[in-house]
Design a protein around this ligand. Structure first.
Ligand code: ATP
Ligand code: MG
Length: 234
């Protein structure tokens, strides 16, 4: 079964959306729209009657909501019931303490998803989780979380910064959507590009799609690419 992302053109490109129970990484530099995309995903689910647990690990909820309220897809009435917001800030402690804290956090998360019949989870972002632990350990823990959520039919988005330390995530997730800000040759303008780098189980295009962020959220222009090829700095 397909789970629509709520971004119409992406769902079209993917033939209906991502696969139910899959774990998708949304990777991009600062301000490329990871939070906007994830909120669109959650509010679209709410309109379909589904519940999303949205965990923020960096930006405080009240600030995030204040920014997201500017978008047309935002609807206060879904907050709390269909869009459940949770703030979990990870602080550096000793590696052992941090690892056991994380283990408890992941166990609670899986139980909550199961008990409250939550069908989607967003962790925005997983970067702190990755940065505070040794790679082999964070890899194993995140992979285990993805497997447990998938086993209960939950579709998950991990957002992450585009930094080397999180590169390994691409191998353990089912799908990778990459958001980029690309300078144009005139060195004044830039465009945003989206690439579906990987999506297990789906035959998808691999080229860049230009997108915009407007009051309607993220919007892809499927024809736009052909206007800007040649303008992009190699
Ligand atoms: N209402 C709006 N209309 C149009 N564009 C907006 C609006 N609100 C935000 N933006 C654009 O979206 C960008 C922020 O998007 P968002 O917060 O989703 O990015 P992000 O990838 O989550 O960033 P970060 O890495 O800082 O968490 C802003 O920098 C701005 O350019
Ligand atoms: Mg963000």
């Amino acid at each position: 079964m397909r789970v629509p992302t709520g971004i119409a053109q992406i769902d079209e490109i993917l033939g209906g959306g991502i696969l139910e129970g899959s774990l998708v990484q949304l990777v991009g530099g600062c301000g490329t729209g990871k939070t906007t995309f994830s909120f669109q995903f959650a509010f679209n689910a709410a309109r379909l009657g589904e519940k999303t647990l949205y965990i923020t690990t960096g930006e405080p909820i009240n600030k995030m909501v204040k920014f997201m309220k500017e978008f047309n897809f935002f609807d206060e009435k879904f907050i709390g019931d269909k869009v459940i917001l949770q703030e979990t800030f990870f602080r550096k402690t000793t590696e052992g303490t941090y690892a056991s804290m994380l283990e408890i956090f992941f166990d609670n998360l899986t139980s909550r998803v199961e008990n409250e019949k939550i069908s989607r989870v967003v962790i925005d972002s997983v970067t702190p989780i990755v940065l505070f632990l040794e790679e082999s350990y964070s890899r194993e823990m995140l992979s285990r979380l993805g497997t447990s959520l998938s086993a209960i039919g939950c579709t998950t988005i991990f957002t992450s910064e585009a930094i080397e330390r999180v590169n390994y995530l691409e191998y353990l997730v089912d799908g990778v959507i990459e958001l980029n800000e690309v300078p144009l040759r005139d060195k004044i303008h830039h465009i945003y590009t989206l690439k579906i780098k990987k999506m297990r189980g789906i035959d998808h295009p691999r080229h860049l799609f230009p997108y915009e962020i407007s009051e309607d959220g993220i919007k892809i222009d499927p024809e736009g690419l052909f206007e800007i090829v040649g303008e992009i700095v190699d």
